[in-house]
Design a protein around this ligand. Sequence first.
Ligand SMILES: Cc1cc2nc3c(=O)[nH]c(=O)nc-3n(C[C@H](O)[C@H](O)[C@H](O)COP(=O)(O)OP(=O)(O)OC[C@H]3O[C@@H](n4cnc5c(N)ncnc54)[C@H](O)[C@@H]3O)c2cc1C
Length: 490
Amino acid sequence: MSGLETRDLYDVIVIGGGVVGCTILRELSRYDLKILLLEKEADLAEGISKANSGVIHAGFNVPVGSLKARMNVAGLFKIYELLKQLNVPHRKTGKVVVALQDAEKERLEELKAQGEANGTPDLTIVNAKQIREFEPHTQGEWALFSPHTGILSPYQFTIALAECAWQNGAVVKLESPVIAIQYLTGFFEVKTPSESFKTRWIVNSAGLFSDEVAKLAGITDYQIFPYRGEYLITDKDTDFDLRMPVYPVPPKGGPGLGIHITPTVDGNILLGPSAEFVEDKMNTDSTKKVMNELKQEAFELMPELKKFQFIRSFAGVRPKLVDPKGNIRFKDFVIEESPYRPGLINLIGIESPGLTASPAIAEYVVNIIAQQENLQFKTQFNPNRPELIRFAELDDESRAKQVHENSQWGDMVCRCESVTKAEVLHALNNPFGVKTLDGIKRRTRCGTGRCQGGFCTPRIVEIMQQEGIPLEQITKRGANSPLFFGRIKG
Ligand SMILES: Cc1cc2nc3c(=O)[nH]c(=O)nc-3n(C[C@H](O)[C@H](O)[C@H](O)COP(=O)(O)OP(=O)(O)OC[C@H]3O[C@@H](n4cnc5c(N)ncnc54)[C@H](O)[C@@H]3O)c2cc1C
């Protein structure tokens, strides 16, 4: 092997620590392979996988015969079991796609037929009375009801997948942007600014940037067009129990599924997303114009939402393969081993329903490798990830027990979400060395409540300092996001 020692050589390097890369990493960790994931940011799920609707799609929105449809429905059949194994918050809620007028009923029938052809189970059309039984506050004359749709926490899913892969021997390196890929005889050399790795296979799952990563390896066939989707998120309201996502009839051929109303696993409600082409892949701005549009459209479906306070806006960016010049052509997921660079598997345009499809995508990618390699199962593979204890979810007796065993469970750091010091410390001790404020937020929910970190941020900073992290090294999300710029007192 050209003088290379086996220990220097990875079998597979996965580029990108989003949900797709992490699902693939976990799937690969079933086998006796030396595997590494490289992520450019300071944490996992910093790209598309942190800002989306978090809906487990049932497969009726995607064209019959497409790879998207195959992966979506196969993913649906796998994902609930996977979420249980990883102890990731999720709920099978069901979903309604609502027609506000009789004239839209035909479109619901079309979606139902499309879903049935794709293999989506148990779709039914329901009338106005049944809609109100499902969701008392929802307007509408007719709806398509999908009982197997659900919701999950997308970033907790991503983190849990990586932790499970790590438990099974995978290596994860953060703050490691791939800047060069060289094809040498029989292997690739993959470079980050500080290190260089050799590998026999590369899986390019760099999300919005997978076209650019492919270019590093000399492949110029792909171009990703970013489409921003803005969201509003409500404060929690204990009187209002939104049980399931409520969608409008999707605009035919449009870039999104329409402004929907989605419960989150944490008890908030999302309005959105919009769908708009933006020049810059990193453009996650929120705009007043779209905020107003989101409210207007969502209030039409559910007037009761007017009573809510909105605590935050955010945006995610879709990696589309359709250009913005009005070409409303459908483009499928691209998942292929490059014909020009054997050993390089590119995943391009993994937009919605990529989250749902990810477990099926992972198997599909590993199958490409398995067709050329004699993969050996690891007998000691552990598919589970231990459950995290969340103080907010415990009953009084269990809370008392936790506090009795360790007083840090009685030290409340985030009042809005009832997160304790014990949970913050556990998050800081994550296996990947993530020490950012957002990293703690996504692992504990600190700072996601009504005050949006107003109360808990100074407490978290204090805890981080106690744990030996110098003040000037504390950042929101890694490089270029310092929280502190200098001292005003000596
Ligand atoms: C608005 C919106 C709503 C959505 N709603 C849903 C939904 O409800 N249900 C659903 O199933 N799907 C949904 N999706 C789709 C889903 O979120 C995506 O398909 C999925 O998150 C894509 O994951 P990924 O891992 O491919 O990309 P990402 O999460 O973006 O991960 C790619 C990673 O690669 C890293 N990277 C990039 N370049 C490099 C480099 N050079 N070196 C190292 N690392 C690099 C990035 O930092 C990033 O972390 C939605 C998407 C959007 C935008």
